[in-house]
Design a protein around this ligand. Structure first.
Ligand SMILES: [Zn+2]
Ligand SMILES: [Zn+2]
Length: 162
């Protein structure tokens, strides 16, 4: 299993490989060790986040939204150039090809797990026992985090009206 997480100690985006029977894993940047709680992995299936450790995980496509947006942007720019030079069919072909590349990516890429609470991403791990993204759960965590950061600011009168 491969994990991408935000290290709570050095705050860097850490990426590391966790062997199947491991009891701990370490941040590659600052070497702080994270123990893997008992019962967090059952029969090779992840039951809870190993970082925060919330039990709410969702399944999503292992596809970087940044790459998706980049592909679309390149397509739009390239087709606009073709359009400007009156290569109308070329412009349409480029747009069509860009959409096709996105679709192919979407269907060929595997799934990964994402933690609602801390955003940790787990790759190369079974996902079929967990559900897809749920907006209600996401919203619950978002509001919880907002309350925590508001409490941290310590009632210095910056309570914004909603
Ligand atoms: Zn670290
Ligand atoms: Zn987490």
């Amino acid at each position: 299993m491969n994990i991408i997480f935000n290290c709570s100690k050095c705050h860097s985006e850490a990426r590391t490989e966790i062997p199947a029977q491991a009891a701990t894993f370490a941040c590659p940047a600052c070497a702080v060790e994270y123990p893997i709680p008992t019962g967090a992995v059952v029969d090779g299936k992840l039951q809870r986040c190993l970082v925060c450790p919330s039990t709410d995980l969702f399944v999503r496509k292992d596809f970087s939204p940044r790459i998706g947006v980049a592909i679309v942007l390149v397509g739009i720019v390239a087709s606009s150039i073709a359009w400007a030079y009156y290569y109308t069919y070329v412009a349409y072909a480029i747009l069509f090809a860009t959409a096709l590349v996105d679709v192919v990516f979407f269907f060929t890429l595997g799934d990964c797990l994402n933690c609602y609470r801390c955003g940790a991403i787990y790759r190369h791990t079974p996902t079929e026992h967990l559900a897809a993204f749920d907006l209600e759960t996401h919203e619950r965590y978002r509001q919880q985090m907002a309350r925590i950061s508001q409490a941290r600011q310590g009632g210095d009168g910056v309570t914004s009206a909603r």
